[in-house]
Ligand binder design. Structure first.
Ligand SMILES: NC(=O)c1ccc[n+]([C@@H]2O[C@H](COP(=O)([O-])OP(=O)(O)OC[C@H]3O[C@@H](n4cnc5c(N)ncnc54)[C@H](O)[C@@H]3O)[C@@H](O)[C@H]2O)c1
Length: 256
């Protein structure tokens, strides 16, 4: 067994599917005690069962990342169960059917911003207030997107939420990383084979046109495990001098 995260306590949100599930399994395999959160209790249970069946420690909290009370309960569960919190991975997120500014409703805008940006901010706040008093500080990893770096990888709300998450990452790094012992980085995945694609049920024609023009139709497709490998690196001492960075993992899509 590899032990790069031995006895670290790690929260992973959106752990019932896709990249969150892969990150949870990878962290457990590296020796971390994982606290998994998802709004979907069924898939969350399945992942916890898979991890504990392989002899690792996992706890779950059904949590909606758009609800501050759920986020507080999640952080408290980690600390009450394991006595510390070393790693927070803000991974849960949703897409927006590529809706353009002219077509996005207030409800959709508010929902995407709540789950993709406000929830991660609140989780960072609660986690930082635990981590800053710990001898070894802590590590925060935000799962952003190439949609947090470029304009046409999602709709208006998705782009705004992920650009916001990138800004939040840099602000935390520049404050709590530079003047404290909390490192904060983000991952910007390109196309990854997960369940999120199934949520694109009503794509906006103009939004879709812009995304296609950005080369999305023949973009390289990654696997969740390839993003989990980046998340292990960012959570381990191997990345001890990496702070405030946004690591693209897109198979070279945006290099073209
Ligand atoms: N798949 C891609 O191509 C891609 C590319 C770039 C970035 N991302 C980002 O990666 C992250 C993970 O997405 P994925 O592709 O693994 O998708 P996924 O749909 O497979 O998994 C997302 C998980 O988040 C959970 N979730 C959704 N809303 C939630 C909420 N309010 N509270 C708690 N959990 C919630 C879902 O139940 C699901 O288990 C997202 O932030 C997404 O924006 C995905």
């Amino acid at each position: 067994m590899s032990t790069r995260l031995l006895d670290k306590v790690a929260i992973i949100t959106g752990a019932g599917s896709g990249m969150g599930k892969s990150i949870a399994i990878a962290y457990a395999n590296e020796g971390a005690k994982v606290v998994l959160a998802d709004v979907n209790a069924t898939t969350l249970d399945e992942v916890v069962t898979e991890i504990t069946a392989s002899g690792h420690s996992a706890t779950s909290v059904v949590a909606d990342m758009s609800k501050s009370a759920d986020i507080k309960a999640l952080i408290e569960t980690a600390v009450n169960t394991y006595g510390q919190l070393d790693i927070l991975v803000n991974n849960a997120g949703i897409m927006d059917n590529f809706k353009t500014v002219g077509n996005v409703t207030d409800d959709l805008w508010d929902k995407v911003i709540a789950i993709n940006l406000t929830g991660p901010f609140q989780a960072c706040r609660e986690a930082i207030n635990v981590m800053k008093d710990q001898k070894n500080g802590g590590i925060i990893i935000n799962n952003a997107s190439v949609g947090g770096l470029y304009g046409a990888r999602g709709g208006a709300a998705y782009a705004a939420s992920k650009h916001g998450l990138v800004g939040l990452t840099k602000n935390i790094a520049a404050t709590y990383g530079t003047f404290g012992n909390i490192r904060c980085n983000a991952i910007a995945p390109g196309g990854v084979a997960t369940n999120i694609g199934n949520t694109i049920t009503d794509p906006d024609p103009l939004g879709g046109q812009a995304i296609a023009a950005a080369g999305s139709m023949d973009a390289p497709m990654g696997q969740p495990e390839q993003i989990a490998a980046v998340a292990v690196f960012l959570a381990s001492d191997e990345s001890s001098f990496v702070n405030g960075d946004i690591i693209k993992a897109d198979g070279g899509w945006t290099a073209r």
